[in-house]
Write a protein that binds this ligand. Structure first.
Ligand SMILES: C[S@@+](CC[C@H](N)C(=O)[O-])C[C@H]1O[C@@H](n2cnc3c(N)ncnc32)[C@H](O)[C@@H]1O
Length: 257
């Protein structure tokens, strides 16, 4: 990575999470995110629409969501991994699938398509919720999106069975530094979210998918999932300009894990 690439990436992230945080990005700004964060405008693709076509498709992407989101290639890989972990339908009602920190809703859209299920999603920021509701409706996604704290959504979703799946991607905030990501410092900390999930479902086992980068500090992934069983990890096709890659880890959580 050259100094100028690094500086451009760092500056853009500061703008997306600072002054542009709640600004709807223009077509040119969306392409800039693609070029600088993902290496090419087309790689920044959400809901199956690449950055150069997003504005014409009427999509509304806020600065913070552009920085925090999971792009199509990764969202599809997550959805196919979860489908594989679920195995063939068991003839009963489908499992509960919930994205607790929805952001763009791109994961919910791909999960819904691949699993053929309506995905429940919580988003607490009214501006993100508003833009995401617009985008999901434009793309015909059957996501059940609510403007709600994830804890309140959890309390309204009783457990169905061991294939129930929760997607966990809290804002990283100060938990991410050039040294790496501390999952004990996210807001809320990951162990607290896992405890909330287990409490809400009466401690019945379930599946968890969690997003990280591949530089994890203080062994915090293993600490957070000390009582869980690791099933799989997948990584993004290409690295960010700082050399890190996005990862998703899949765990079985709960008694007998
Ligand atoms: C890292 S982003 C999620 C990115 C998302 N998975 C995507 O692909 O776009 C975290 C999101 O969670 C939302 N959020 C933060 N605290 C929340 C809470 N307590 N309940 C629900 N959503 C919350 C934030 O507003 C933000 O949009």
């Amino acid at each position: 990575m050259t100094t100028s690439t690094h500086d451009a990436y760092y500056d853009l992230c500061l703008r997306l999470l600072g002054p542009w945080r709640t600004t709807e990005l223009t077509g040119a700004q969306l392409c800039e995110v693609g070029e600088i964060v993902h290496g090419a405008p087309e790689r920044f693709s959400l809901y199956g629409v690449a950055a150069p076509a997003m504005a014409a498709a009427g999509l509304r992407i806020l600065g913070r969501t552009a920085a925090e989101c999971c792009v199509d290639t990764m969202a599809r890989a997550v959805a196919h991994t979860i489908a594989d972990l679920h195995g063939p339908p068991d003839g009963r009602d489908g499992p509960l699938v919930a994205e607790l920190f929805c952001g763009s809703g791109n994961l919910s859209l791909h999960l819904g398509r691949v699993l053929n299920l309506p995905v429940h999603a919580a988003e607490l920021d009214p501006l993100v919720h508003h833009a995401t509701r617009h985008n999901l409706s434009r793309m015909g996604a059957p996501t059940r999106l609510r403007l709600i704290d994830y804890r309140d959504l959890l309390s309204q979703l009783p457990a169905r069975g061991p294939r129930d799946t929760y997607i966990v991607e809290p804002p990283w905030g100060p938990a991410i530094t050039p040294a790496g990501l501390d999952l004990l410092g996210t807001s809320p900390p990951v162990p607290e979210i896992l405890a909330d999930i287990l409490r809400a479902r009466g401690h019945q086992p379930c599946l968890i998918a969690i997003k990280t980068i591949d530089h994890i500090l203080h062994d915090s992934l293993n600490v957070a999932f000390a009582d869980a069983h690791h099933l799989r990890t997948i990584a993004s096709e290409w690295p960010f300009p700082d050399g890190t890659r996005m990862q998703f880890h899949f765990y079985r959580l709960g008694p007998g894990a």
